[in-house]
Design a protein around this ligand. Structure first.
Ligand SMILES: Nc1ncnc2c1ncn2[C@@H]1O[C@H](COP(=O)(O)OP(=O)(O)O)[C@@H](O)[C@H]1O
Ligand SMILES: [Mg+2]
Length: 389
């Protein structure tokens, strides 16, 4: 990923400091030791905040920070991504590797000589994530903070779920008096999905507090207006209103501004209202991009998506009642009666295709939901969910 010019980031140091403080200094009896969940919609600045503000704030408070983004490479297994991040943190420190080698019964190993293979660290390997993180904590004397961005992807695979349980074990061990502590910070775009990581007693982060990540606000908008460098002035209050319409997504504003950046007409009349119209147009473009994908689906895929969207949390993909709903959706879509078919293998194939198109999210336990809440809204507006409840 290209590193961005510092000048392009609006920093939020106060928010970072107060959050870092809450993460590191857990009050007696607080479930925050289980980890903290930050939820906010996509493209509203979570990852930017984690990298540019929270990580440095945690580091300057003395923590050792590990960051993994489970969305960066959707093809990678989330469990392996987490393990790889821990291995990478170990690989940086020869003395920790030494410690692990001793524990693993390799006696005194000279680093650079007979090697301790980092492949031995992992899920169902001889050195667990808890052992590895404990060695890291003991060696550095630092509290470790593991940030998992888009954590809901962890439970889309078996290994990912196992990694979460391994981290829970690590957390329990490192938060004991013998070590220096482990905190987990998970973020995600979707509250409901994040909630699955904390709502059941069998879940790795049972009870961890869910914090609504505050969206960028008026101070960001002032910064944007001051730095956008357009041939006309923007009024902060008007732009704030547009930013709210845009769902607090900076990129909508950027895309609108780009349209005018190369506007070479010397004194553009009415720039501000043209800017406003452009923001509205960009919002339309983003929403219709989602809908274009929906319109490219096969009838059965579309039917499955519509029934899932209409059912919400009650969606049970293979129940007889649901199969009947798919048939109903097919009929409503004007599919001729002779082609109205919905059986378990057909639905299964449609679900897989929808997942590949990133329209649908599936937890390892077989729970499905529409990936983007905004898509459900768009489908609703387009009347695609009518009659399917
Ligand atoms: N603090 C910020 N300052 C400037 N631009 C930002 C900031 N936060 C987000 N953005 C813009 O919004 C885009 C989406 O932000 P990102 O952090 O990737 O969102 P999320 O992780 O919530 O999906 C970024 O690529 C960037 O262009
Ligand atoms: Mg992100």
């Amino acid at each position: 990923m290209a590193s961005r010019d510092r000048g392009n980031v609006f920093f939020r140091p106060e928010l970072a400091r107060s959050l870092a403080d809450k993460i590191l200094n857990v009050a007696v009896g607080s479930a925050a030791a289980s980890g903290v969940f930050l939820a906010a919609p996509r493209r509203t600045g979570k990852s930017t905040f984690l990298r540019e503000d929270l990580r440095p704030a945690l580091e300057s408070a003395g923590a050792l920070v590990l960051y993994v983004d489970l969305w960066a490479n959707p093809a990678a297994n989330p469990g392996e991504v987490i393990v790889a991040a821990v291995r990478a943190a170990l690989a940086d420190r020869a003395s920790v590797v030494q410690r692990l080698a001793k524990r693993a019964g390799l006696g005194r190993v000279t680093v650079g000589g007979a090697q301790f293979d980092l492949d031995r660290v992992g899920l169902r390997r001889d050195v667990s994530l808890a052992d590895a993180l404990a060695a890291l904590s003991d060696d550095t004397g630092q509290i470790i903070v593991l940030i998992i961005d888009e954590a809901q992807h962890a439970i889309t695979t078996q290994e990912g779920s196992e990694a979460l349980f391994a981290l829970k074990a690590a957390r329990d061990e490192l938060n004991g008096s013998a070590h220096h502590g482990l905190r987990l910070v998970c973020t995600g775009s979707n509250r409901e999905k994040l909630a699955m990581l904390r709502n059941g007693k069998d879940q790795a982060f049972f009870g961890a507090p869910m914090v609504s990540f505050p969206p960028l606000g008026a101070d960001f908008v002032s910064w944007f207006c001051a730095h956008v460098d357009l041939p006309f002035r923007l009024d902060t209050n008007e732009v704030m209103h547009l930013f709210q319409l845009a769902g607090h997504r900076p990129e909508v504003m950027y895309a609108a501004a780009d349209v005018f950046r190369f506007d070479l007409s010397p004194d553009p009349v009415d720039g501000a209202s043209r800017f406003a119209a452009e923001v509205r147009a960009q919002i339309e473009v983003m929403n219709s991009e989602l809908m274009n994908v929906v319109h490219s689906l096969t009838p059965i895929q579309a039917a499955v998506l519509r029934v899932m969207a209409a059912a919400g949390a009650d969606y049970a993909p293979f129940e007889a009642k649901t199969l009947e709903q798919y048939r109903r959706a097919l009929r409503l879509a004007g599919v001729p009666e002779s082609d109205v078919r919905a059986d378990v293998p057909g639905v299964q194939a449609a679900l897989t295709a929808l997942q590949e198109k990133k329209l649908v999210w599936r937890a390892a336990r077989g729970i499905y939901s529409v990936e983007e809440p905004a898509l459900v809204e768009e489908m609703q507006k387009a009347g695609m969910l009518a009659g399917l409840k």
